[in-house]
Structure formats: C-alpha cells, structure tokens
Design a protein around this ligand. Structure first.
Ligand SMILES: Nc1ncnc2c1ncn2[C@@H]1O[C@H](COP(=O)(O)OP(=O)(O)OP(=O)(O)O)[C@@H](O)[C@H]1O
Ligand SMILES: [Mg+2]
Length: 289
C-alpha cells in the first residue's frame, strides 16, 4: 500500500537525464583564467594526448567557470588575493562583481586602487569594470539571499559581469552557521546558472588543521565548491621548523596549498607564500625544495 502510494506520487524527471554526448555540447572548454597572483597560474593543468602519450599542459590560471573557495584564518592574505584577481580581470577588460560583506564599498575601493597601483595598473582605466555590491552596509543584502541574488543578477545583466568575488561568504551566515551549507549551495548554483568564474572567501577558524580546507567556513563548504585553496601562517617557535623552513625562530612563515580541484589537475604541494611590502600575494617554491 505504502509502496503504491509512493509510486503514484513519483514521476520520471526526464529533464534530469543527460546522454554524455549531449551534455558535452553544453559544457564549456577547459581553459585557465589568469589570477594576477604571481606563481599561482602555473599550478593548474590539464592532461592532453600527444603522439599517443598523455602529457601535462599548464592551464595558465584557475579553471574558467569554477567556483573556488579561498580559505584561511585571519590575516593570511585572502582579501589581497581576491583584490588582485579583481584588478587582473578588469585589466583584461572583463567585468567583475565584488560582493563585499566585511568592509563597506568605499574602503574596498580604496584597497582595490592600492592593489592596482602595486600591480602597475592605472585604476582610472579599469574602474568601470568593477561593480561593488555592498552587503557590508546593507543587511537587506547580507541577510536576505533572494535580494542578493536579484541584485547580483541585475548587475550581471547590466554590466556583462563574468566574474564574481564574495569577501566573505562566512559573513553571509554569521550567527546561523547551521545554514552554511545551504547558503553556499545556493550561491554555487547561482554562479553555475550565470556562468560566473567565482571566488568565495571563507574564514577558517584556528584550531582546525592549518593547511586543509576541512571545516573551513564551519560546515564542509569545500565539498560543495569546485576548488579549494588554503592560506596559512605559522610562527617559527622551534629549531626543527626553523630548519625546515630555513627561517629564524620568531619569524612568520606564510604557506599556500591547493586542497583540491575537481575541474582539472593541480599541484598538490605546500608552497611558500609571500606578501610584498606593497601588499601583493606571491606564491613561491614548494617547501622542502
Ligand atoms: N597594503 C598593504 N601593504 C602591505 N601589507 C599589507 C597590505 N595590506 C595587507 N597587508 C598584509 O597582508 C596581511 C593579510 O591581509 P588580508 O587583508 O588579505 O588578510 P585576510 O586573510 O583577508 O584576513 P581576514 O580574514 O581578517 O579578512 C595583513 O595582515 C598585512 O600583514
Ligand atoms: Mg579579508
């Protein structure tokens, strides 16, 4: 009886079935989007068959149309990296929506301008390509996802936006962390629907294993997104770590790792990272090299 009732209610969701050949026609080409972060673009690659052999070909950036989670504890360089990404896209002539959740738009703009200068880009030439959505100042955006989506869709259509940055998604589920997965899932689906290449910054609590995206943003955000990158900083307190990192006791070492990317091949090593005096993130050599 129970089974019959269930059978009555259920239907075949035909639109949910794809033959791979058909699905492939709708799939975007696998190509890289340069990030504006020195040393990062070379860490993603794809496999190609050349003369019957599989060869590794650099992608030259993060995969286009990927949703990337960029995570780390406070002061690890997440905001700097997404600012560099924003300046890079704008200087390539591609519009970026920058959803700011932590800091009001004028402050972010000041920071973006500084980043442009450090990158040798004239901000006045690209400022029309950067569309700020100020969810820091407006609770009606920060605490109401449908409003945020309507506003972002409006910006995407009107300004031909191809890239979306959110700094940070954690700010969108403040005080309701049990909603984190649902919120990030909806954001992810939105980015896919609108063919955005997106970077979601998420704040990682200290105490979790430093260089994994595990529990970043509270509740397994990394399982939803396509790609996770982790930033860490470590204070050198012992001879062993001092020797390992070739640093002095008392110094800070910054580290970077790609913790997973389901869209393409990638480097899996832990790399040194640097923040220059002008505030630019650079990815260095792998540790132990
Ligand atoms: N303009 C700048 N010039 C030089 N160094 C800077 C500049 N801006 C930031 N930094 C350095 O980079 C570090 C990381 O800054 P960033 O704002 O990117 O951190 P974050 O990971 O976004 O932190 P949070 O989670 O608190 O937002 C700062 O602590 C500071 O040491
Ligand atoms: Mg920040």
């Amino acid at each position: 009886m129970e089974q019959e009732r269930h059978a009555e209610k259920s239907r075949v969701v035909e639109e949910g079935i794809w033959v791979a050949g058909e699905a492939l026609k709708k799939a975007p080409d696998l190509r890289g989007v340069p990030t504006g972060v020195e040393g990062l673009d070379e860490l993603f690659y794809k496999a190609e068959i050349k003369d019957g052999k599989v060869v590794k070909k650099p992608l030259g950036g993060i995969p286009a149309y990927a949703v990337v989670n960029l995570t780390g504890v406070s002061d690890t360089g997440k905001s700097l990296m997404v600012e560099q990404y924003t300046i890079k896209q704008a200087s390539r002539g591609e519009a970026v929506a920058f959803i700011t959740v932590e800091s009001p738009a004028p402050f972010v703009t000041m920071s973006l301008k500084e980043r442009a200068t450090a990158m040798g880009v004239d901000f006045s030439e690209i400022e029309d390509k950067i569309i700020l959505i100020d969810a820091a100042s407006h609770a009606s955006l920060r605490e109401n996802l449908p409003n945020l989506f309507a506003t972002l869709a409006y910006a995407i259509k009107n300004y031909k936006v191809r890239h979306t940055v959110i700094d940070s998604v954690t700010g969108l589920y403040e005080a309701k962390e049990m909603m984190a997965r649902t919120i990030v899932r909806q954001l992810f689906n939105f980015m896919k629907k609108w063919y955005q290449t997106a970077i979601f910054v998420s704040q990682k609590r200290s105490g979790h294993e430093e260089l994994t995206a595990e529990a970043a943003g509270g509740y397994a955000v990394s399982h939803i997104v396509d790609c996770s990158m982790v930033l860490a900083k470590e204070l050198i307190t012992s001879r062993i770590t001092a020797n390992l990192y070739k640093k002095e006791i008392g110094e800070i070492v910054r580290l970077f790792r790609i913790d997973g990317c389901r869209m393409c091949g990638h480097d899996t090593r832990t790399h040194f990272m640097e923040i220059t005096e002008t505030g630019l993130v650079k990815i260095g050599k792998p540790i132990g090299q």
